[in-house]
Design a protein around this ligand. Structure first.
Ligand SMILES: [Mg+2]
Length: 230
């Protein structure tokens, strides 16, 4: 059954376009390159995850911080700083990220067009301001949204501020995204409804347990299925 006249707030990375899979490809290449006498691939990946988690807290998100995490991981494994040649190699591995190519998830543009006829659409994405803006520009999707918000972190305060700023009625407002940690849980804490659209390549740091009994969370498998509900 479709609901009319709702406010739909969309996440961007891994909801509208692929993002984490690009990082995963770079990490695979990095792990191929990082041979270590005692640590295997999975162990090196855990070290990198720890470094990324610490850097996310200290410095935020984005490809520049990711490159820094790779260099720190190399430095920890080699027990010395990365050389200039190694730093160049890391940048070469990450060229697809630095180019800001955007690959839309199938059906996104058509679905947003149709949803925009019946509902008010907003965009809420976290990360480096310039980098997120470049991806939004490359996506050619911005015209679907009444407003676009780029924030450093998506926590309950951000959702509450957005609701106040736009005078949103919480019972008819939905946060739509792939991340339990950044999209679903804080939006629910702020009193909004949520739609969880899992992405096969969601970043490990974005994963969290969702309560299967929470009736305020709708789950859909593919983006175009939003049209069955809204
Ligand atoms: Mg996302």
């Amino acid at each position: 059954m479709r609901r009319g006249g709702q406010v739909l707030i969309f996440d961007a990375d891994d909801t509208l376009w692929e993002n984490n899979v690009l990082f995963e490809r770079v990490i695979d290449d990095f792990l191929d390159w990082m041979e270590h006498p005692t640590l295997d691939r999975a162990e090196i990946r855990l070290i990198l995850d720890d470094i990324e988690a610490a850097n996310a807290v200290a410095h935020g998100y984005g490809s520049k911080i990711f490159l820094r995490s790779l260099a720190e991981c190399l430095s920890r494994l080699r027990e010395r700083p990365a050389t200039a040649a190694e730093s160049r190699r890391i940048e070469e591995l990450a060229v697809a990220l630095l180019d800001h190519r955007v690959e839309l998830i199938p059906g996104v543009a058509e679905t947003l067009s149709e949803l925009g006829e019946r509902h008010e659409l907003l965009l809420l994405t976290k990360g480096d301001g310039d980098e997120q803006q470049r991806k939004i520009d490359a996506s050619a999707l911005a015209h679907h949204f009444r407003s676009v918000h780029i924030v450093a972190e998506k926590n309950v305060d951000v959702y509450q501020r957005l609701a106040e700023e736009h005078r949103l009625a919480l019972e008819t407002t939905w946060m739509i995204g792939n991340s339990p940690k950044s999209d679903i849980l804080p939006a629910r804490m702020a009193g909004m409804n949520a739609v969880f659209i899992p992405n096969d390549s969601t970043w490990v740091l974005e994963q969290a347990e969702l309560d299967p009994a929470d009736n305020g969370v709708l789950r859909v498998r593919r983006f175009p299925e939003l049209l069955d509900h809204f």
